[in-house]
Design a binder for this molecule. Structure first.
Ligand SMILES: CC(C)(COP(=O)(O)OP(=O)(O)OC[C@H]1O[C@@H](n2cnc3c(N)ncnc32)[C@H](O)[C@@H]1OP(=O)(O)O)[C@@H](O)C(=O)NCCC(=O)NCCS
Length: 250
């Protein structure tokens, strides 16, 4: 088993490993692979380690900078961490967490925070401190580990990449849903949100030059918008069955 930093040639495999690891996890919105690519794109993937067994990448862990409201610097967020289902339970996760924390220490990292199952992370020394919080997250699942010195007091914010979907993308997707169902997809490619959903493979270009919304990607990406899409689809099929509306719209 080799633990090493990611190489450009690992990027697609990291996406696959992350998707597979989180596939059947009800706690996950299955957006973890997008978080990793957004961190990478924003140059905020401070540490990205892979585990290789017999030449196959079977695990991945990411660390990225966090901000703390009291001004403390050099703290990092751990996650996502993934191990392919068939390799889970073989201490790969443990080894990646320990290696990552050692690298953080060597970089003068002062501490590390994460949102996750405390029962798994206690073993690494992550515990909940009442004075350090993450807004909108139950305190029990927000755990931290100081690497040097005191645990700060304040509110931790993870990198923007963790705030999937961004508001701008939500608006863009909602626009696309409406266009898609009413008029086929008309796309304003200059729109920043649209550009990013194209990059994320939520929209893909068809041979006729139009864009197609990937319902599976959408549902995976955000269940709320999946529900909105479903609602709109039902509404539109109801309206389309009405002969007068059909004559107006189609
Ligand atoms: C969580 C994960 C990274 C752990 O990696 P792993 O290589 O399977 O874990 P390890 O073999 O190092 O596990 C070590 C210990 O943690 C326990 N453990 C593993 N996953 C756990 C989980 N989800 N909840 C609680 N305990 C867990 C193991 O039972 C083992 O316990 P033991 O030391 O008492 O025997 C991996 O199972 C995974 O990818 N899960 C799906 C994605 C995920 O949930 N990521 C974490 C999000 S917070």
């Amino acid at each position: 088993m080799i633990i090493r930093h990611e190489k450009p040639s690992d990027i697609e495999t990291i996406t696959e490993v992350t998707k597979m690891a989180f596939k059947d996890k009800p706690i996950s919105q299955q957006i973890d692979h997008f978080i990793i690519s957004d961190l990478r794109a924003a140059d905020a993937l401070t540490i990205s380690l892979v585990t290789e067994i017999d030449g196959q990448v079977v695990g991945h862990i990411a660390f990225s900078p966090v901000t703390i409201s009291d001004g403390t610097t050099n703290w990092y967020g751990l996650g996502p961490v993934s191990v392919l289902p068939e390799f889970q339970g073989c201490r790969i996760g443990t080894t990646m967490v320990n290696n990552g924390l050692n690298i953080l220490k060597s970089m003068n990292g002062k501490g590390c925070a994460l949102i996750g199952l405390p029962i798994y992370y206690y073993r690494f020394g992550f515990i909940n401190y009442p004075q350090l919080i993450h807004e909108g997250v139950p305190q029990e699942i927000f755990v931290v580990k100081s690497l040097f010195g005191e645990v700060p007091t304040g509110t931790v914010e993870f990198h923007q990449a963790f705030k999937q979907l961004s508001l701008i993308e939500k608006d863009a997707i909602a626009d696309v849903i409406i266009d898609f169902e009413i008029a086929g997809v008309k796309i304003d490619k200059e729109n920043e949100g649209i550009e990013s959903v194209i990059e994320k493979g939520i929209l893909s270009e068809m041979p006729n030059g139009k864009f197609m919304l990937q319902p599976s990607a959408l549902a995976e990406y955000d269940s709320y918008f999946g529900k909105v899409a479903q609602f709109r689809a039902t509404e539109m099929s109801r309206v389309h069955k009405n002969p007068i509306m059909k004559a107006i719209n189609c």
